[in-house]
Design a protein around this ligand. Structure first.
Ligand SMILES: [Zn+2]
Length: 162
């Protein structure tokens, strides 16, 4: 029957989506590459099924760990050192450090926590984003600010090295 086609197509689409979600979840659990993302987003279904929130360029960098983080730049040979220039050797500049620990962004983090009315941590970040559009926006603004600053600082340092 002709009218069966759309519904069976949409069922197939749903099944394909569910399969690719569980594939993603499996890959995240299995590979170290996705470990950071999985730490922030343990429940992929809840994340993709959210009712609000645009993942912009800066959030993508923070959530994937693929950005102007020195540990990431070092991995691709753009940097020989991966320590945090503000916190010193022994402290790797990775997304965990930048988002949640680095003293460069202490002020911004405190301002953010005032809006969130609780601590900003790797396990609270995504649940907070999913809670309300206001919290999503506050975190997106915080992330955009620090990612922009990282990029500018990296550019300025590269400029000096040339
Ligand atoms: Zn630091």
């Amino acid at each position: 029957m002709a009218q069966d086609r759309p519904s069976s197509a949409s069922v197939r689409k749903r099944e394909a989506r569910a399969t690719s979600l569980s594939n993603w979840q499996r890959r995240c659990e299995a590979s170290s590459k996705g470990r950071w993302t999985f730490r922030l987003i343990p429940d992929v279904g809840e994340w993709t099924g959210r009712k609000h929130g645009q993942v912009d360029f800066y959030l993508t960098q923070a959530l994937s760990g693929h950005g102007c983080f020195r540990n990431y730049l070092k991995r691709f040979g753009h940097k020989s050192e991966d320590f945090c220039p503000s916190c010193g050797s022994g402290v790797t500049e990775d997304p965990l450090h930048i988002l949640f620990d680095c003293r460069r962004f202490e002020e911004d983090r405190l301002t953010l926590e005032e809006i969130l009315e609780e601590a900003f941590t790797p396990s609270s970040m995504v649940p907070q984003m999913l809670q309300t559009p206001v919290k999503w926006e506050a975190i997106a603004v915080f992330v955009a600010k620090i990612m922009t600053e990282l990029r500018d600082q990296e550019r300025a340092r590269n400029g000096r090295e040339e």
